[in-house]
Design a protein around this ligand. Structure first.
Ligand code: UGA
Length: 449
């Protein structure tokens, strides 16, 4: 099928690339001309594992193309996926101006009927507004616009794998015809008929994914309800970690045992510096805002958000306790990205920590496998090192802020010889306290004594 993707951020690019790999012809457009030029030149503007490979293959097979001409892209596709950003406003409410802008473009540029799919994360009831905007700006009464919601559940860092091997595909529709069209689009994914870069054509067996057909309002709610629940889970684990510190228990033992209960599940119970990124912090705020706007008390989400913000304070408390005076100290920061396998630093806990330490007069030496370039733009005066051991040289303390595999594998015996002092404050609980103590380190982490 001929598909249009509007918005070439990570969701749009992964969606476009993977749908092209599934055999569709995909036309991508973005308001940012530079981004389109880069893509046309075969470059990928973000780091996402496997994405470059899938895009290259799709381009070679002439399944994907890019244009700055939104009108042309809109006219080329039968189905249009809206993948534009929905950033938070000051109030926490989602800013839907990009969706509104795109709706107007679609309504004025389309020459034939279209199925318009919301892929961007939007609050419930956006579909109704989208339908209204499409009708209001349409110049041709003969053209019909159907609206659908198809939320993405892509984690940055594993987005390509998540797209090809989804737990579920949710399509919120107004009628059976839209459901049929979306099922047709996702059929190759459901039947695993695509070249999988993750498993090199040998995808593991197991149950196939399910495509759930819902109303548009439900589909929109599913996305926010899922992300907010995961954020709640993380904050819950973090409060348990605080409790563990007080009563002398170990959060890793507690959450591991909890997670073995299938009703709880072991994922997203990892205590530490808390959640960051451009999804959880903004989605939880948007969900709080939506709930309040319809008169529903969702105070527990506010508590989860508060707990998450306090993680930075807790971490700073540990730093002060261990390091005493911060001014003039050389501090190695391992990890800048909000999580491993991405160069995304939006709402990254590491940056909040760095900001506070810089204010206090610390000398920061940072290392991250992917996120240094982006961080340099915000903090040009830090020292950056490709090699984490260089960052650790002469350091009074090492802070671990992102759970990169490279940092899990650090040889602390070697690092200890380079550092001015054997002190590690671990915001991601990557190491065994016992082993670190055996190596002569002062080692602080979350919820472990
Ligand atoms: C999240 C969801 O997991 C995706 O399903 C969703 O599609 C996406 O948001 C989105 O809305 O687009 P993402 O933000 O990429 O994905 O990252 P996660 O893997 O969910 O991690 C979020 C944050 O929570 C990270 O900062 C991570 O370090 C932190 N985290 C995660 C914890 O602190 N503890 C955990 O146990 C798990």
């Amino acid at each position: 099928m001929r598909l249009t993707v509007i918005g070439c951020g990570y969701v749009g690019l992964v969606t476009g690339a993977c749908l092209a790999a599934a055999g569709h012809e995909v036309f991508c457009t973005d308001i940012d001309d530079q981004r389109i030029d880069l893509l046309k030149a075969g470059k990928v503007p973000i780091y996402e594992e496997y994405l470059e490979e899938v895009l290259k293959r799709a381009a070679a097979e002439k399944k994907i193309s890019y244009t700055s001409d939104a009108g042309q892209a809109i006219r080329s596709g039968e189905v249009i996926f809206i993948c534009v950003g929905t950033p938070p406003k000051e109030s926490g409410e989602a800013d839907l101006s990009a969706i509104d802008h795109v709706a107007r473009q679609i309504a004025t540029e389309a020459k034939t009927s279209k199925l318009v799919v919301e892929k961007s994360t939007v609050p419930a009831l956006t579909g109704v507004q989208l339908q209204r905007a499409l009708a209001a700006y349409s110049r041709n009464g003969q053209i019909k616009f159907e609206v659908a919601s198809n939320p993405e559940f892509l984690r940055e860092g594993t987005a390509v794998e998540d797209f090809f091997h989804p737990d579920r595909i949710v399509v919120g529709v107004e009628n059976e015809a839209s459901a049929t069209k979306l099922r047709e689009i996702y059929q190759p994914i459901l039947e695993r008929k695509f070249h999988c870069p993750v498993h090199a054509g040998k995808c593991p067996g197991g149950e196939k994914s399910e495509l759930l057909v819902t109303t548009i309002n439900s589909a929109e709610l599913i996305k926010h309800a899922s992300n907010s629940f995961l954020a709640l889970k993380i904050s819950y684990a973090n409060v348990i970690a605080d409790l563990c510190e007080r009563v002398g228990a170990n959060v890793e033992e507690v959450t591991r045992a909890m997670g073995l209960d299938p009703r709880i599940g072991g994922q997203f119970l990892k205590a530490g510096l808390g959640f960051g990124g451009f999804c959880f912090p903004k989605d939880i705020q948007a969900f709080i805002h939506l709930s309040a706007s319809v008169g529903v008390d969702f105070d527990m989400l506010k508590a989860a958000e508060r707990v998450n913000k306090q993680r930075i304070d807790r971490f700073l408390e540990k730093i002060h306790k261990a390091l005493w005076v911060v001014r003039g100290k050389r501090v190695a920061v391992l990890g800048l990205a909000f999580k491993a396998k991405t160069d995304d630093i939006r709402f990254a806990p590491a940056l909040a920590v760095i900001r506070r330490l810089v204010e206090e007069g610390a000398e920061i030496h940072a290392s991250d496998p992917e996120a240094m370039e982006r961080t340099k733009a915000l903090f040009p005066n830090l020292a950056y090192h490709e090699d984490p051991y260089e960052a650790l040289k002469g350091a009074d303390a090492a802070l671990v802020c992102t759970e990169w595999q490279q940092f899990r594998e650090i040889d602390w015996e070697r690092a200890g010889k380079l550092m001015a002092r054997r002190l590690v404050i671990d915001g991601r609980n990557l190491y065994s306290p016992k082993k670190m103590h055996e190596l002569g380190f002062d080692y602080y982490s979350f919820g472990q004594t």
